[in-house]
Write a protein that binds this ligand. Structure first.
Ligand SMILES: Cc1cc2nc3c(=O)[nH]c(=O)nc-3n(C[C@H](O)[C@H](O)[C@H](O)COP(=O)(O)OP(=O)(O)OC[C@H]3O[C@@H](n4cnc5c(N)ncnc54)[C@H](O)[C@@H]3O)c2cc1C
Length: 400
C-alpha cells in the first residue's frame, strides 16, 4: 500500500483518487470546494465526454448519471463562409455525454469519502505543500487552471499562445424541444468565432449547453459589460439572431437552467513540463490534467484528457506497485499520456487557426461522404486518429 496526496478535486484528481482507493491505497485529497460548494456554485465547463473517458468512469463504477444523461450520437458541423456554408453531420461509433460537473464532482467527492479517502477542504498553498509532500509516497497536482500549475515550467516548444485565443461564454438552457438526435452542433463563423450546443444533464434534468468562443475583437467578444446571468442570456439571443436565426427561434422560449448556469472568461492554453519542484525543498511533484496540459475548449478535449491521464497514471501506479515514484518514472508516465494529449493539443490548436484550404476541402468532401464525416466526428473521441493524414489528404481514398 502506498500513500498519495492529490491537490484538486476535478475530473483528473477525483477519478485518480477514487481509483487508488479502490486498489487499496491511502489517499488524501485537497479540494478548495466541498460537495455542497460544487452543487451551489457556478458551472465550470460544457464537459462532453467521449467513449474512452466514459469507459474509464464505468470501470471505476463512477457512471452514476449514465442512464439519466442524454446519449449524444452525432456531431454536426457548419462552416458559415461569406459566400456559402459547408454543413455535414458525422456519427460517432459510441455515444458521448455531458454531465454538469457540479453534479458529478459533488457526488464523486462524497463517494471518495465513503471509500475511506481523507478529504481536506482548503485552498492548498505552496508553503503547506512543502510540509505535506514529504509525508506521502507521491504528490499529484490536479489543480486545473489554478495557480499551483505554475509549479510546472512552460514547455515553450509545445505552447504556441501567449494570450487567450478565444473569449468564452457558456450557459445551460432549458425549455426548448430537445435536439434530435442528441448530439453536438458546431457552427464556425470565420473571423467571428464559433458556437456549440450539446445535449446534457444539469442539476434539474435535460439541458442544452451553449458555448460561444469569440475571436478577440470580433462580435462574439462582447461580454465585458455583462454582469448578470439574465444579461448574458439576452446578449446571447442577440448574437444568435444575427448569426443563427434558426437556433434563435429554437431558443426563443428557453430559460437558464438555474441562475448560476453561466460562465464567462478567457485563459491562455499552455503545455507544461510534468514534473514540478517545490521552491524550498526542491521535492518533485507530478502534474495531472489541465494543470499541465491546458487547451482551449474549442475541440472539447480537456475533460477527456483529464480522464485519460487519470487512467494512465492509475494503471502505471498499479503495474509498478513496488515502484519508487522517482522523476524517471514520473516522466515515463506523462510520456505515455502525452501520446493522446499531443494529438488533442494539435486538434485544438488547428481549430483555433483560420482553416487552411485543404481542411476546408476535406470538410466539403464530408458533405456528401458519410465515411469522411464519421471519421472526422470520431476524431474528437480519439484525436490520434486524425494525424498526420488530415493535413495531407489528396483524395478521398486517403481517408477511407
Ligand atoms: C467553457 C468550457 C467548456 C469546456 N467544454 C469541454 C468539453 O466539452 N469537453 C471536454 O473534454 N472538456 C471541456 N472543457 C475542459 C474541461 O472542463 C477541463 O479540461 C477539465 O475539467 C480539467 O480537469 P482537471 O481535473 O484537470 O481540472 P478541473 O476539473 O478544473 O479541477 C481542478 C480542481 O482543483 C481545484 N483547485 C485549484 N487550485 C486548488 C488549490 N490550490 N487547492 C485545492 N483545490 C484547488 C479547482 O477549484 C477544481 O475544483 C471545457 C472547459 C471550459 C472552460
Amino acid at each position: 500500500m502506498h500513500s498519495f496526496l492529490i491537490v484538486g478535486a476535478g475530473q483528473a484528481g477525483l477519478q485518480l483518487g477514487i481509483g487508488l482507493l479502490q486498489h487499496g491505497h491511502k489517499v488524501t485529497l485537497i479540494s478548495d470546494k466541498s460537495s455542497a460548494d460544487f452543487l451551489n456554485g457556478p458551472i465550470f465547463s460544457t464537459q462532453g465526454l467521449f467513449n474512452t473517458a466514459l469507459q474509464n468512469e464505468r470501470d471505476l463504477e463512477l457512471n452514476f448519471y449514465e442512464s439519466s444523461c442524454p446519449q449524444n450520437t452525432t456531431i454536426r458541423f457548419k462552416i458559415a463562409l461569406p459566400e456559402h456554408s459547408i454543413a455535414f453531420e458525422g456519427k460517432v461509433s459510441a455515444f458521448f455525454q455531458a454531465v454538469d460537473q457540479r453534479l458529478k464532482f459533488s457526488r464523486w467527492l462524497d463517494y471518495f469519502v465513503t471509500l475511506g479517502g481523507n478529504l481536506c477542504i482548503k485552498k492548498m498553498t505552496l508553503l503547506e505543500l512543502e510540509e505535506l509532500v514529504p509525508q506521502y509516497d507521491l504528490t499529484l497536482i490536479a489543480s486545473g487552471k489554478g495557480e499551483l500549475g505554475q509549479l510546472f515550467r512552460r514547455n515553450e516548444k509545445e505552447s504556441i499562445y501567449s494570450r487567450p485565443p478565444r473569449i468564452l461564454a457558456a450557459q445551460y438552457l432549458q425549455g426548448m424541444s430537445p435536439l434530435k438526435p442528441h448530439g453536438m452542433r458546431a457552427t464556425i463563423i470565420p473571423g467571428v468565432g464559433e458556437y456549440f450546443t450539446m445535449s446534457g444533464l444539469t442539476l434539474n434534468g435535460y439541458c442544452e449547453m451553449l458555448l460561444f468562443e469569440g475571436i478577440p475583437g470580433g462580435d462574439f467578444d462582447c461580454w465585458q459589460d455583462i454582469n448578470t446571468a439574465a444579461e448574458q442570456l439576452a446578449r446571447s439571443r442577440i448574437l444568435l439572431e444575427k448569426y443563427a436565426p434558426i437556433d434563435a427561434e429554437r431558443y426563443r422560449l428557453a430559460t437558464l437552467a438555474d441562475s448560476k448556469a453561466v460562465l464567462r472568461g478567457s485563459y491562455t492554453p499552455v503545455v507544461r513540463h510534468p514534473i514540478g519542484y517545490l521552491p524550498h525543498s526542491g521535492k518533485p511533484v507530478l502534474g495531472l490534467g489541465d494543470a499541465v496540459v491546458l487547451n482551449d475548449p474549442i475541440a472539447g478535449q480537456g475533460a477527456n484528457n483529464a480522464s485519460k491521464a487519470a487512467r494512465i497514471y492509475l494503471d502505471s501506479i498499479i503495474k509498478c506497485d513496488q515502484a519508487q515514484f522517482d522523476e524517471n518514472w514520473m516522466q515515463m508516465v506523462f510520456n505515455n499520456y502525452w501520446v493522446y494529449a499531443k494529438a488533442a493539443t494539435q486538434l485544438s490548436n488547428m481549430l483555433l487557426q483560420p482553416m487552411p484550404s485543404q481542411i476546408l476541402d476535406l470538410f466539403s468532401s464530408a458533405v456528401n461522404n458519410p465515411v469522411i464525416a464519421n471519421r472526422l466526428a470520431n476524431g474528437f473521441h480519439d484525436p490520434t486518429t486524425l494525424f498526420p493524414w488530415i493535413f495531407d489528404v489528396t483524395s478521398t481514398s486517403d481517408v477511407i
